[in-house]
Design a protein around this ligand. Structure first.
Ligand SMILES: [Cu+2]
Length: 136
């Protein structure tokens, strides 16, 4: 019985220390990459703006050529799924989180087409027009 009691105490303290350790760890700034359906400069501007207002997000950078958003966030203020949701609410897929259809409908035609439209975005850029025909 005594052994069990001692083992119990040891187990309890291990769990306790682990818990307080991971809480300390959680107050860190984490970096993540989220795959989105961003295709042009306008998408980039939009997503970066949204994330700038998102709680806990320190910085974000969208590479619309690859569709990858690099985001730095405070893990005790937000989590990766909230960030994905914010992007999805703007009309873009974010990893496994599907885009908000209402927001998607309101987007400029150029931003809607994902992969296939990428080439035409580039073409327009070469003509020195903004991808979606708007200055931003
Ligand atoms: Cu776009």
């Amino acid at each position: 019985m005594r052994v069990i009691k001692i083992l119990g105490i040891i187990l309890f303290s291990i769990l306790f220390f682990q818990n307080s350790f991971s809480q300390k760890k959680e107050k860190k700034v984490l970096e993540a990459e989220i795959k989105t359906t961003a295709v042009c400069d306008m998408c980039k501007g939009k997503i970066e703006k949204i994330l700038a207002y998102e709680t806990g997000v320190k910085s974000s950078e969208v590479d619309y050529k690859t569709g990858v958003v690099k985001v730095k966030y405070k893990s005790h203020k937000t989590d990766i799924n909230k960030i994905r949701e914010a992007i999805a609410n703007a009309g873009y897929n974010a990893d496994d989180v599907k885009k908000n259809e209402e927001a998607y409908k309101k987007m400029s035609a150029c931003c809607k087409k994902g992969e296939e439209k990428k080439s035409s975005c580039d073409k327009k850029e070469k003509e020195k027009k903004s991808c979606c025909g708007k200055k931003h």
